[in-house]
Write a protein that binds this ligand. Structure first.
Ligand code: SAM
Length: 219
């Protein structure tokens, strides 16, 4: 029997990436609401604040999915700034466009490991729950791409799934979403980010499921 994660994903490989892509945006949104137990708006607004984005900034959201964080980033930067979400899955990109009214918030299809943006074209790069969707060997390339498209002095915020330590809860996560999430080593993010060239400036947890790392591209 397919687990919940498999039901939400494409059943076939994506032509542009080996990453695991989301095929059912409405199902994903429902799972997000249920799994965060009502804390999703608070958690994502906190991520937007932790990113350090300011009015007027240009922001990129890598692996934006349904655009839940992208829209919060757009609010943070205001109409003088711009928020762009990218994701390989056309289904989530179209869904995100349908949920967004602000002209300064847009979406494109694209892959984190080979971004189409020019060098230094963003002030802030964010990414939430997307790094674990990439196979391990593509993760360093995705972090290097985030570094490349940030201007010197630009800020990075990567958040990802913090697998619980208690065995019964991990067992439930493995049964419902698979072992990639249950066994995900979010503690390795700091090293990946440092290896890509960033100065790691902070890290912490956002309840109930996220750990974040903040970085800066050196001037
Ligand atoms: C769990 S969702 C997270 C979506 C959104 N950031 C959020 O926090 O709700 C992971 C997303 O990563 C996307 N993804 C998969 N492979 C990717 C790649 N190579 N580059 C960028 N995003 C990718 C998936 O399509 C999916 O939308």
């Amino acid at each position: 029997m397919r687990n919940l994660g498999q039901l939400l994903q494409h059943g076939h490989p994506h032509p542009d990436t080996e990453g695991v892509t989301i095929a059912h945006p409405r199902g994903y949104e429902l799972c997000g609401a249920v799994c965060f137990g009502g804390l999703r708006p608070w958690a994502y607004s906190r991520l937007a604040r932790l990113s350090g984005a300011r009015p007027g900034d240009r922001v990129l959201d890598v692996g934006c999915g349904t655009g839940y964080l992208t829209r919060r980033m757009a609010k943070a930067v205001g109409p003088t700034g711009a928020a762009l979400g990218i994701d390989p899955a056309t289904e989530v990109v179209e869904y995100a466009r349908g949920r967004t009214r602000e002209a300064h918030c847009s979406y494109e299809t694209g892959v984190g490991e080979a971004l189409s943006a020019a060098d230094g074209s963003f002030d802030v790069v964010v990414s939430c729950l997307a790094v674990h969707h990439l196979p391990e060997d593509l993760r360093p390339a995705a972090l290097r791409e985030m570094y490349r498209v940030l201007r010197p002095g630009g800020r990075l915020l990567v958040a990802d799934f913090r697998a619980p330590r208690t065995r019964p809860v991990r067992h439930v996560i493995a049964a419902t979403t698979g072992h990639v999430m249950a066994d995900y080593r979010v503690d390795l993010l700091d090293g990946l980010i440092a290896d890509a060239g960033f100065e790691v400036r902070g890290c912490g947890d956002v309840r109930p499921w996220l750990r974040y790392v903040q970085g800066v591209r050196p001037e």
